[in-house]
Design a protein around this ligand. Structure first.
Ligand code: SF4
Length: 349
């Protein structure tokens, strides 16, 4: 059977089974828990069929993350080494100069990334930092890359300014369920997160929002988190799913590891609920086997962070990722602006 014939057979089976995969509001937590509870093969068959119907299943979007201002954050997110509340206390830095960000952007682009995500560790964006960030965004955009920033809470007016400078995506994770949120952070609320996401949408920006698996939450919390995301109208265009990277000196340093197959299930359910969103395999990849990552791609993940470090955690080195891409027959997404120029990923196509 050729791969096309196989694809048609799978798609046909899915349609006959009425698998849907269309956007719809009103996902209930019980309904989502029902998906989580499916036999593993049934769940992955269903999510993969929806994935195949909506995406090139062999294409992965690559994002590179740059921390433009690290550490010393006034918030107390329990998983984060950048919080000034925790013993981890990663050394605080000043805002990165424009030239340094541009050098990082060019390096990421040469390595095959199509999106640069830039993060600053603070509670909320201050107006006095806006002009510099706008220069950074327009500079990176000028390189032909998609731009994403994560700058904490922001107002609609600030979101509009960022959009005017060329911003494509704003990242603001809901992290977990509303019920479990207070166990993870107490310096802001779940509603604060939703308010910022609303301000981002009101400015016409694309939304990147997801969460973390392995913080001590239970499956109902994972279902609740995905319900929140899927019921946003519209859902986020980009949904990062992280596995907790336990950082010594943070309150979550000793959380027991979650079965990696539960991460695969979480990605599969995210794909079913949000068929047209990029589901990103994010932090925690370094601790994952190639086989688990392959299962995540099969389940519906079609984006990943690429490059040596995430904000505070190691990420598999680029050569290892390239080798995995080759073994799995995957290729990197190439955005329109980059099509005229070959990128440095061996399996790019
Ligand atoms: S996750 Fe963000 S807001 Fe929370 S402590 Fe870390 S840098 Fe601050």
């Amino acid at each position: 059977m050729t791969s096309n014939t196989a694809a048609a057979a799978i798609a046909g089976t899915g349609a006959e089974a009425g698998y849907g995969g269309e956007l719809r509001p009103g996902w209930g937590k019980e309904e989502i828990l029902g998906l989580f509870s499916l036999p593993f093969n049934d769940l992955l068959h269903r999510s993969h069929e929806i994935h195949r119907r909506n995406w090139d299943v062999n294409e992965i979007q690559l994002s590179t993350l740059v921390s433009v201002k690290t550490g010393g954050c006034a918030e107390n997110c329990g998983y984060c080494g950048q919080s000034a509340h925790h013993e981890a206390k990663i050394e605080a830095t000043k805002m990165m100069p424009l030239e340094e960000v541009m050098a990082a952007a060019r390096k990421a682009k040469e390595a095959g990334a199509t999106r640069l995500c830039m993060g600053a560790a603070w509670r909320s964006l201050r107006d006095r930092d806006l002009p510099h960030l706008m220069d950074i965004i327009s500079g990176v955009k000028g390189e032909g890359m998609e731009t994403c920033v994560t700058l904490g809470m922001l107002t609609t007016e600030q979101a509009q300014k960022l959009k005017e400078s060329g911003l494509d995506y704003y990242n603001h994770n809901v992290d977990t369920s509303e019920e479990y949120y207070g166990e993870i952070v107490t310096t802001h609320t779940f509603q604060d997160r939703l308010d910022t996401l609303g301000n981002v949408r009101a400015a016409g920006l694309k939304v990147c929002s997801g969460g973390i698996v392995g913080m001590g939450e239970d499956r109902a919390d994972r279902a609740g988190m995905l319900a929140t995301l899927a019921n946003l109208n519209p859902p986020p265009e980009s949904v990062p799913v992280n596995m907790l990277v336990p950082i010594p000196g943070t309150p979550l340093a000793d959380r027991p590891a979650v079965d990696p197959l539960e991460l695969v299930r979480t990605i599969a359910v995210a794909r079913i609920l949000m068929p047209r969103s990029r589901v990103r395999l994010s932090a925690g990849r370094e601790a994952m086997s190639d086989a688990i990552q392959a299962l995540c791609f099969f389940a519906g993940a079609n984006s990943m962070f690429y490059g040596e470090r995430l904000l505070t955690a190691n990420n598999p080195v680029e050569d290892k990722d390239r080798a995995l891409f080759e073994r799995l027959g995957l290729h990197a997404e190439i955005v329109q602006e980059l099509r005229a120029r070959p990128v440095g990923v061996a399996a790019a196509g």
